[in-house]
Design a protein around this ligand. Structure first.
Ligand code: NAD
Length: 363
């Protein structure tokens, strides 16, 4: 029997509700795939602050480090907004986890389930079958570059400074992830930067080109300016397979693409390092407006678990089954409130979990 260790961090708001449904899908995988998941559970975000005065304790961090994969719900909420020191706010726990585990590669699929193609802001023919994987650099660039800050100007007034900075090692390690992913998918990488106006973009283009020529010439590489990429994403999104990009452009482009596919409640993500556990979490936040009502959509969390199976536990087959079961449940008309449209069957968090489990059992 294969044994995997998983760290569950349900977090705040709807986090515990959606992770509850992940637990049921985990049990299904254990029962059908001859594996056991040794599960450790911990607190992160506001609930950790309430219990320990910190949004992530050293003990939780060490338990996470020892696991094969970490599945998180969400952090934050109005209860803590402006009521803790800035470095103890709920989100600081998540940022520390990402930093300590050196999770530099953020994978965000933009996948359009056929049953939801009519819910997109684009016409069905542009999004039905859409399957893009964003590979976004997560640990560098303008969000972390020094110098940074707000300074007083000598003659009066103030100046805000951030520095966009990438070295060759950072570029090569994220590009390698994109090429490896493309090999397992459609074999095409679009690398998006602004080489026309930014030196860091020019270095990015040169390093990606070199790596491609030496190690990945079997993959097709296209360079695209990030602004053109934004336009192409809303014009003909199905031309893309893997989009490789930096921290800032990745933040914006992946959000835009995600919205082509329907609700925030559908979007999973993975953050990977060079070694050690990956962190898997829905893109959405803690949805305080609906927390505790049993109506949150658990699909983003369940699809995040599927990504953990695929990328950290080498169980791509089980991941395929879960993704197919989500598709079948949507085809059967199950919709949480965020996805609801006329003629569909409105369900709560647990009923959506029931539907997915029933679809899994039918496979
Ligand atoms: P949000 O993603 O929590 O919610 C935005 C809207 O989408 C809300 O109307 C919410 O009800 C809805 N929504 C989100 N997830 C849903 C789901 N699974 N099912 C149904 N509806 C869903 O974003 P926000 O309101 O801007 O932020 C709320 C809190 O979450 C804030 O404290 C913010 O800092 C935090 N946050 C955390 C993360 C994270 O944990 N990674 C990410 C984003 C925001």
């Amino acid at each position: 029997m294969t044994q995997h260790s998983l760290m569950l961090l349900p977090g705040d708001g709807i986090g515990p509700e959606i992770i509850g449904e992940v637990r049921r899908v985990m049990a299904w995988v254990e029962n059908t795939h001859g594996v056991t998941f040794g599960v450790t559970e911990g607190l992160i975000g506001g609930c950790s602050y309430d219990a320990f005065g910190l949004p992530l304790t050293d003990e939780t961090l060490e338990n996470a480090r020892k696991s094969d994969a970490i599945i998180m719900g969400s952090v934050g909420g109005p209860k803590w907004d402006g009521k803790t020191d800035y470095d103890k706010r709920p989100e600081a726990g998540l940022l520390r986890l990402r930093k300590e585990l050196d999770l530099f590669a953020n994978l965000r699929p933009a996948l359009c389930f056929d049953a939801l193609a009519d819910a997109s802001s684009l016409k069905r023919e542009f999004v039905a079958g859409l399957d893009i994987l964003f590979v976004r650099e997560l640990a560098g660039g303008v969000y972390f570059g020094e110098p940074r800050g707000i300074t007083e100007l000598p003659g009066g007034g103030r100046e805000g400074i951030n520095t966009h900075r990438y070295n060759d090692t950072e570029i090569i390690r994220i590009a390698r992830v994109a090429f490896e992913m493309a090999r397992k998918r459609g074999g095409l990488v679009h690398s998006a930067e602004k080489a026309n106006v930014m030196e860091a973009g020019l270095l990015w283009r040169e390093e990606v080109t070199k790596l491609h020529a030496v190690e990945y010439s079997d993959v097709k590489l296209e360079h695209i300016l990030a602004d053109n990429c934004a336009m192409q994403l809303v014009k003909t999104p199905k031309q893309f397979d893997v989009i490789l990009t930096d921290n800032l452009f990745g933040d914006i482009l992946s959000d835009a693409a995600a919205m082509l596919t329907g609700s925030l409640g559908m979007l999973p993500s993975a953050s990977l390092g060079e070694s050690g556990p990956g962190l898997y979490e829905p893109v959405h936040g803690s949805a305080p407006d609906i927390a505790g009502q049993g109506i949150a959509n658990p699909i983003a969390a369940i699809l995040s678990f599927a990504m953990a199976l695929r990328y950290s536990l080498d169980m791509g087959n089980a991941a395929d089954q879960i993704e197919a079961a989500v598709g079948a449940t949507l085809e059967a008309g199950y919709r949480t409130g965020d996805l609801m449209s006329t003629g569909m069957h409105e369900v709560g968090t647990k009923e959506m979990g029931d539907g997915i489990l029933a679809a899994l059992n039918e496979q």
